[in-house]
Design a protein around this ligand. Structure first.
Ligand code: NZQ
Ligand code: ZN
Length: 389
């Protein structure tokens, strides 16, 4: 078992009516706030007015950047980094889903350098050694961006969607109020849960030696998501369901479940090629890819992990042949994603053809190999894409 470092210093205010602490938290970092948000959902749910009121009550000065896209674009990051410089911003306040939070992280880092923020993500891979402080208010349970140091940015010019982790981009404080997710549509709720499930499976399906305790924790998270997503879709203002999903989203990816595992993720690089070219919702792409990836990686050397997953998460009868259990486990996951949550089952259904698969597969592997659960070559990834048609 590998050694590891546990270090997740994000202060979380969880629950209703916590925004009263927003002003005091922002004030710790200065007086000039850049408020960032997406296409306007925060105005529709009345959150924008509350945030402004709290900022004003604390006597802070606010500047605004709106219109951050789902699958956020590098141009939004550039605008935000420039605003930070022009207005001498002390702290960024990101209010929204993962896209707003991710873009804001790179704005905060971009504000501290003279070069183009895309240099952080392009082949130049410019170091991220500093970022302005970030506070977040989460409105969609999915990415875990509220409690991790990562972000993913798209560049339509190069058709790239690239993610990066950097400690300075970790939010200082995150406000997690489940009631803010009541307005999330059934579709986005489903996609968010597919994303969380994938974050866990990327770590769970791994041939490095596992910590039993972390595997149990991941199984608990999976069961939580499987139990509460249909409830939240059926009854969007079910507090217990929304609260469970919100806290699960953070813990699925905040680094805790990794322990000392070092293998790369597989479905995420594959999915990012889909959302880079076709601008689809990240969680939908993952829902389509994940069961096919599991199918592709199943063999005698990996089957024991599928058995553990099937028995512990889906209560499949353990008194069967391992391969039979493994196939049932993949089927149960597919049923959950496509039948219970109602997500599209294939790439064909969402209008994606095989046209760009060769180049997408190559990019997903960084040109050579994707060193995950099963090491995948571009030819393997192309086959997985084909299984998704
Ligand atoms: O833009 P607005 O108007 O806010 O609407 C958004 C958007 O249209 C809407 N929404 C958000 N909160 C809402 C709401 N609608 C009604 N009520 C609310 N309370 O939902 C739509 C999707 O929002 P978005 O932020 O794009 O979704 P999500 O949180 O799923 O973020 C997806 C992005 O995060 C990246 C993905 O690749 C994708 O670009 N990821 C980030 C990760 C990270 N930072 O660690 C990890 C993930 O694996 C993922 O790659
Ligand atoms: Zn994800």
């Amino acid at each position: 078992m590998n050694n590891f470092v546990y270090d997740i210093p994000v202060k979380v205010y969880f629950g209703e009516n916590q925004l009263q602490h927003l002003g005091e938290e922002l004030s710790k970092f200065g007086t000039r706030v850049l408020l960032t948000y997406g296409g306007g959902s925060i105005k529709k749910i009345g959150l924008y007015d509350k945030v402004i009121a709290e900022i004003e009550r604390a006597g802070l000065e606010v500047f605004e950047l709106s219109g951050i896209e789902p699958n956020p674009r590098i141009d939004s990051v550039r605008r935000g980094a420039q605003m930070c410089k022009d207005h001498n911003i002390d702290v960024l306040l990101a209010v929204g889903g993962g896209s707003t939070l991710d873009a804001t992280k790179f704005m905060a880092a971009g504000a501290c350098v003279d070069h183009d923020p895309w240099d952080f993500l392009s082949e130049k891979w410019a170091p991220i050694t500093k970022a302005l402080p970030i506070v977040t208010i989460l409105t969609l349970s999915a990415t875990g961006s509220e409690m991790d140091p990562g972000g993913v940015i798209s560049n339509p010019e190069t058709q790239d969607k690239i993610g990066r982790l950097a400690a300075p981009m970790l939010p200082k404080v995150s406000f997690l109020d489940p009631t803010l997710t009541y307005s999330v549509s059934p579709y986005q709720t489903a996609c968010g849960s597919a994303d969380m499930i994938s974050h866990i499976l990327e770590v769970y399906f791994n041939m490095e030696q596992d910590l039993y305790m972390l595997d149990c924790f991941m199984e608990g998270l999976l069961k939580t998501i499987i139990k509460f997503t249909p409830v939240a879709i059926e009854k969007p203002d079910d507090y217990e369901a929304r609260a469970n999903l919100m806290w699960a989203s953070s813990w699925a990816i905040n680094g805790f479940v990794n322990g000392g595992k070092r293998l790369a993720w597989s479905c995420h690089p594959i999915e990012h090629e889909l959302s880079a070219i076709y601008d689809i919702t990240h969680g939908l792409g993952l829902a389509i890819v994940t069961p096919r990836w599991l199918e592709y990686c199943l063999d005698e050397t990996t089957v024991s992990k599928y058995v553990q997953f099937g028995v512990n998460v889906f209560d499949i009868d353990p008194n069967q042949e391992p391969m039979a259990i493994a196939h049932q486990a993949i089927d149960r996951l597919s049923e959950f994603l496509f039948d219970t949550l109602g997500l599209s089952r294939t790439l064909t259904e969402i209008g994606i053809t095989a046209e760009h698969f060769p180049i997408m597969a190559k990019k997903a592997c960084g040109g050579k190999i994707l060193p995950g659960f099963k090491h995948l070559t571009p030819a393997d990834v192309e086959k997985i894409f084909e299984m998704c048609l």
